[in-house]
Write a protein that binds this ligand. Structure first.
Ligand code: TMP
Length: 256
């Protein structure tokens, strides 16, 4: 059997050519990085959890008419997605002050913001993903005005959906990062939500205790990252069965 073609390898995911034209296979690794790769670890089972959580969120978005690249999950670590032209921009939506917003502007972590704040960052590891404005995106052709309007509209819809989904299981959505890609239909194009939405790219705090259930557990050495992500999956009702889906290596099994 021919080996499948690797299209792109990032810090936490690999993209392979998909089975049909216009599709890709998105593979979730256990590799975990922070600070642009300065902190690194392999956390067993993380890829499985993120694959499952991202599937749940993307399916939910598709079902309420927010377009995403997600087609279906293929196995524990992989999902079939539409091939899109990724915009070189990360969109961050914030509901509560935390992380770089608190650091840069001196606003205490945990302060509820009066309205969701949307920020844009250029996807560029060498430059450490600098924050950019709409002016930069238009001047340097990273996105058109229409793209920016669409990104804002998608980001606010994802924020509403995700805030409600999480609050329903006792979790506050503090902030999250998302990415968009372009799909062509003849001469026309539209943006869809792409990449992943998982505890790797969100801040999620327990609504009662404030316990962190996201990648800050790794960034700030607060305990077990897989326990935190498992808790999110468990509350969403999508926890893989023990042993079966964590990706942990098992001994040989008898097949009846
Ligand atoms: P920040 O407070 O560090 O700017 O992060 C804001 C949100 O974006 C947070 O939920 C983590 C997420 N994020 C990523 O997913 N990838 C990144 O490279 C960065 C900087 C943030």
């Amino acid at each position: 059997m021919a080996r499948r073609r690797l299209v792109y390898e990032g810090k936490a995911k690999i993209l392979y050519e998909g089975p049909e034209p216009g599709t890709l296979i998105q593979h979730f690794k256990d590799d975990t990085t922070a600070g642009n790769g300065e902190k690194f670890d392999v956390i067993e089972g993380k890829g499985v959890l993120n694959n499952r959580i991202s599937e749940h969120i993307m399916q939910g978005l598709n079902s309420i008419g927010v377009p995403t690249h997600f087609i279906r999950r293929l196995n524990m670590r992989e999902q079939l997605v539409r091939s899109v032209e990724m915009l070189p921009v990360e969109i961050v939506v914030r509901n509560v002050a935390a992380g770089s917003l608190s650091r840069r502007l001196g606003i205490e972590e945990g302060t509820q913001l009066p309205r969701p704040i949307i920020e844009f960052y250029l996807k560029n590891d060498e430059l450490h993903d600098p924050m950019i404005t709409e002016e930069h995106m238009i001047a340097f052709n990273w996105a058109t005005q229409q793209d920016i309007d669409d990104m804002i509209s998608l980001a606010l819809r994802v924020n509403d959906f995700l805030s409600g989904l999480m609050l329903g299981v006792g979790i506050r959505l503090i902030d999250f990062k998302m990415e968009t890609g372009r799909i062509w239909d003849g001469d026309f194009s539209r943006l869809v939500v792409a990449d992943e939405i998982s505890p790797d790219s969100c801040r999620l705090w327990d609504a009662k205790t404030g316990r962190k259930l996201d990648k800050d557990v790794f960034r700030r050495d607060l305990g077990s990252l897989s326990d935190a992500y498992s808790e999110v999956a468990r509350r969403l009702g999508i926890m893989p069965r023990p042993g079966e889906e964590t990706g942990r290596r098992q001994g040989p099994k008898l097949v009846h």
